[in-house]
Structures are given as structure tokens and as C-alpha cells.
Design a protein around this ligand. Structure first.
Ligand code: GH3
Ligand code: MG
Ligand code: MG
Length: 368
């Protein structure tokens, strides 16, 4: 709070002699003193350099002390200025004036002619209050920054540093609401690395981890700024594409699939290649009526991509999807069925529904 480690006091008085007198006394006590001859000059001085305390005369030309206090108080209230204790110096020793001064924003008052011992005691005690207040504010700020950091951590996947499932679910909720409100499309691409277990089995878990990190980066690099990319389960990732219709999402997923197939993954022992499968769904669509239905649709499309050979992109309303579902004896309008449990990745484990989907099979897998 100080410059040259001295507390700064602004003395506002229309009598130059008073300023000089207070300056001499206060500087002898180790304070740095600035002076201002009227209210307007005081406000300008505060803008130039914020003092730690203000000794404010009440009766002054141009703008009186009450008005200065009111203006500073308003700026402190909206955090334009830090807390500055204001001590009014008043010749008007009436209760009415003291009450008005305190109401205007002064924290204390001292009557003229000034008793210096009293003044020094009040200045010192108010600077102490100011110091405590500053420490409190600093701790508050630290706490709020720590809170932000904690929230960030709680929404990030520790391994891949993309969003985790919790974050994706929060985002999807918000983005779904937004798309419904503004009648804008929204698409989901659910991706899963093909035969990933074999990476762990053949090259070790660390190689698996390295592949997951690089895979997440490929997705992130291909996605737009407004898209959300996150790890939905073990080696399953979800992309939320706002403002995107189904055809565009399928084109995007195809590009992603090619990028992954072309990518050379590195790990400490060498390099390897992997493919991925994707399920794509979008809204608005007659087969999708809610957020859970959209998620389930992308998940089921991913399941069909796996079942029909992997390294594929399947759209949830496409011929391949329908044909496969029918061959399994499933009703392809399943995504329309009301969900009993609104949790993500509930799959379609209803009687007569398709087998347990990828996401539901992996729902219990930790992601961070
Ligand atoms: P599919 O093509 O059907 O998707 O086969 P897959 O082998 O990719 O799928 P499966 O579900 O059989 O295996 C996924 C594996 O992913 C099993 C699990 O141990 C591994 N896994 C999940 N999370 C992590 C992780 O954080 N690190 C590593 N190294 N492996 C993980
Ligand atoms: Mg897999
Ligand atoms: Mg998987």
C-alpha cells in the first residue's frame, strides 16, 4: 500500500498553511504526504496516485468535502477504487455535520483546530484498518483464483487435458438449451479408437497413454474454436459441434477419421498407427427429441460403426445404420423412445433394444 514503503496520505484543504502544517507533522511520523487545495484537485490527485488515507476538509470552494467523500465512496463501492479511509476535518462540531460526513463516506472525523496527538492516533488506527482490509481483499482474490483453478481441474481430463465427461455433460446441456432457444442445429460426433486394448497389450500401458494424448490433440487441432472436445470414457471421445447440421458433421467426422488414420503415434519405444470409428447425430431431426436422445443416437451410430468393420463414420439416420439395426432385430426409431434415466450413455438397454452400447459399456471407466 505504500510507495517507498511509506503510507501515502492525501491532505485536502483550501488553506495552504493547513496543508503545510499537516505535511510537516505527518512526514515527521514517516508518512508520505500529498496536498490538494480543493475537492476537484483532490479527485484528480486520487486518479494520479491512490492514497492510503485521505484527510479531507469539509468547507472548500468548487467542491466541498461532503461531495468529494460521496464521489469517492461510490467509486469504492463499484470497485473502481480500493478502500481508502477518509477522515473528515471539520470546524463544524455539530452532531448533524458529523452524521452527514459519516453518511457521505467518511470513516472518522476530527474537529478543527486540530489536536495533533489525536490526529496521529486516528490516522494510525485507520491505516491499520486499511492494512487489514487490503490483506482481506488479497486473500479473497487468492481464494477466488484458487476456486477457478479447482473448477478447471474438476472439468479437465488429467491425462489428455481435454474436457472430461462431467464438463462435456454440462456443456451439452447448455448448448442443447441454446440450440433449442435459437432454433440452431447442433451435432455430436462420438469417436472411439479401434482396437485400442491391443496397444496396451502389445506396447504397454504407457504407450496407450501416449496414444490417448496424441489422439486428443488430433481431435482438438481439427475442431473449431467453438466446438467442444472431451474424453467421454477410456478411449472414447465426444465432440459437440454447435451450429452444425448432420451432413456437415458427417463430413467433419470423415476428415477426422482420415486424419487419425494418417497419424503416426509416437511412444517411447517407437511409432504405431491406429484408426477410429465415429457415430454422428444431429438435431433438429425427427428422430431426436431431446438431449439424451441425441447423445444416445451418436452412441448407437458408433456402435454400428464398430459392428460393421471399424474405421468408419456412421450417421444415425443413414442406410447402414438402419440396415444394421434391422438385421439385429432392433427398431431404428429407438432414439425417439422416452428415456427412463436421463443420464448420458444409458444406451438402449430396454427390452428389445440393441445390445449395450459402447458408451454404456464404458460408463464406469474413470476418465481422469
Ligand atoms: P474397439 O475397437 O471395439 O473399440 O476395441 P478396443 O480394444 O479399443 O476397446 P476395449 O473397450 O476392448 O478396450 C479399451 C481399452 O482401453 C481397455 C482399457 O484398459 C484401455 N484404457 C482405458 N483408459 C485407459 C487409459 O487411460 N490409459 C490406457 N493406457 N489405457 C486405457
Ligand atoms: Mg476402442
Ligand atoms: Mg471404448
Amino acid at each position: 500500500m505504500e510507495r517507498n514503503s511509506k503510507p501515502r496520505i492525501l491532505v485536502v484543504d483550501d488553506h495552504e498553511d493547513n496543508i503545510e502544517l499537516l505535511r510537516a507533522r505527518l512526514e515527521a511520523r514517516g508518512y508520505h504526504v500529498d496536498g490538494a487545495p480543493d475537492g476537484q484537485a483532490a479527485l484528480e490527485q486520487v486518479d494520479r496516485s491512490v492514497p492510503d488515507l485521505i484527510l479531507l476538509d469539509v468547507m472548500m470552494p468548487k467542491m466541498d468535502g461532503m461531495e468529494v467523500a460521496r464521489r469517492l465512496k461510490a467509486r469504492m463501492a463499484n470497485k473502481e477504487l480500493p478502500f481508502i479511509p477518509i477522515i473528515m476535518q471539520t470546524a463544524l462540531d455539530t452532531t448533524e455535520h458529523k452524521v452527514e460526513g459519516l453518511g457521505a463516506g467518511a470513516i472518522d472525523y476530527i474537529t478543527k483546530p486540530i489536536n495533533f496527538a489525536e490526529l496521529e492516533a486516528r490516522v494510525s488506527s485507520q491505516l491499520h484498518v486499511k492494512k487489514l482490509q487490503s490483506e482481506l481483499e488479497a486473500r479473497d482474490k487468492e481464494l477466488s483464483e484458487l476456486n477457478d483453478k479447482l473448477r478447471q481441474i474438476s472439468l479437465t481430463d488429467g491425462l489428455t487435458e481435454v474436457e472430461n465427461r462431467r464438463s462435456l455433460e454440462e456443456r451439452l446441456h447448455d448448448m442443447w438449451q441454446h440450440s433449442v432457444r435459437l432454433h440452431e442445429p447442433i451435432a455430436l460426433v462420438m469417436c472411439d479408437i479401434d482396437k485400442f486394448k491391443a496397444v496396451n497389450d502389445e506396447y504397454g500401458h504407457q504407450a496407450g497413454d501416449a496414444v490417448l494424448k496424441q489422439f486428443a490433440k488430433v481431435l482438438k487441432d481439427e475442431a473449431r474454436e467453438i466446438d467442444r472436445v472431451g474424453r467421454y470414457g477410456g478411449e472414447e471421445f465426444l465432440l459437440i459441434l454447435p451450429g452444425t447440421v448432420l451432413d456437415a458433421a458427417v463430413t467433419f467426422a470423415e476428415r477426422l477419421r482420415e486424419k487419425v488414420a494418417e497419424h503416426t503415434f509416437t511412444y517411447s519405444g517407437g511409432t504405431l498407427r491406429r484408426t477410429m470409428s465415429c457415430g454422428v447425430a444431429a438435431s433438429p431431426h425427427p428422430l431426436v427429441k431431446d438431449q439424451e436422445g441425441l447423445l444416445r443416437a451418436s452412441d448407437e451410430a458408433l456402435y454400428v460403426a464398430k459392428e460393421t468393420g471399424r474405421n468408419r463414420v456412421i450417421r444415425f439416420d443413414g442406410g447402414d445404420f438402419k440396415a444394421h439395426m434391422q438385421s439385429k432385430g432392433n427398431d431404428t426409431t429407438d432414439v425417439e423412445k422416452p428415456v427412463s434415466k436421463p443420464a448420458a450413455g444409458t444406451g438402449s438397454a430396454v427390452p428389445g433394444g440393441p445390445p449395450k452400447s459402447k458408451a454404456s459399456a464404458e460408463a464406469s471407466r474413470p476418465t481422469a
